[in-house]
Design a protein around this ligand. Sequence first.
Ligand code: ADP
Ligand code: ADP
Length: 221
Amino acid sequence: MKNIVKKYGDGFPAVNDVSINVADGEFVILVGPSGCGKSTLLRMIVGLEDITDGEMIIGGKVVNDLAPRERNLAMVFQNYALYPHLSVYENIAFPLRLANVDDKTVDQKVREASKTLELDEHLERKPGNLSGGQRQRVAMGRAIVRDADAFLFDEPLSNLDAKLRGQMRSEIARLQKKLGITTVYVTHDQTEAMTLGDRVAVLKRGLLQQLATPRQLYTNP
Ligand code: ADP
Ligand code: ADP
């Protein structure tokens, strides 16, 4: 993200000259109070929102004018957006089916992803009778099979109760380490920010206030 600006109207910019360089394999958290511009920034990375000024660069290429499907990123939404009537297998396979990938390749990719995510025992089940952690993994599986360049999470835990949220937090941290996939993760929860990320970007009223490791933020808040 290079000097990214987003203006919705004449007022104060929702995102104001934000530059963040996310390294390959890095886990970066965008944190800040409601309205600080986190979701807007995330949506501009994915391509769901036009950029007013600045450059969004992925893998060395300016993607400002690329549609979401041309960016090869995988967004994991708040409620995971799983299809209740489809099996775990077909939920993971879904993006490949959309892309008309042949059955053999689909099967290979789904089995590989489900093994990595320890879901291979559950392929025939429906999302409705999975645990929260398993559902999370199905959502990540769907992102993995696409060989996406990065994962983007938009407050994935905010609808959960405190206990489950804690479990899922560990789960996400463990999986991200295991997969080593570049990740940008939006949250308003400070605990999540301080425990999950390699680096934390603190936003306030559209401005990037701090960009540092959790350790640096603890010692120099
Ligand atoms: P956050 O995700 O941190 O809660 P947002 O990115 O949703 O913040 O919003 C940042 C600012 O931009 C807020 O002031 C919000 O009201 C404004 N905003 C967000 N989306 C729109 C929109 N579609 N039209 C106009 N203003 C918007
Ligand atoms: P068959 O019933 O002869 O196995 P299918 O077309 O149902 O043929 O499956 C072909 C391959 O795809 C199988 O190896 C199977 O493991 C896999 N497959 C397809 N759909 C599913 C599913 N819903 N759950 C698990 N595996 C599936």
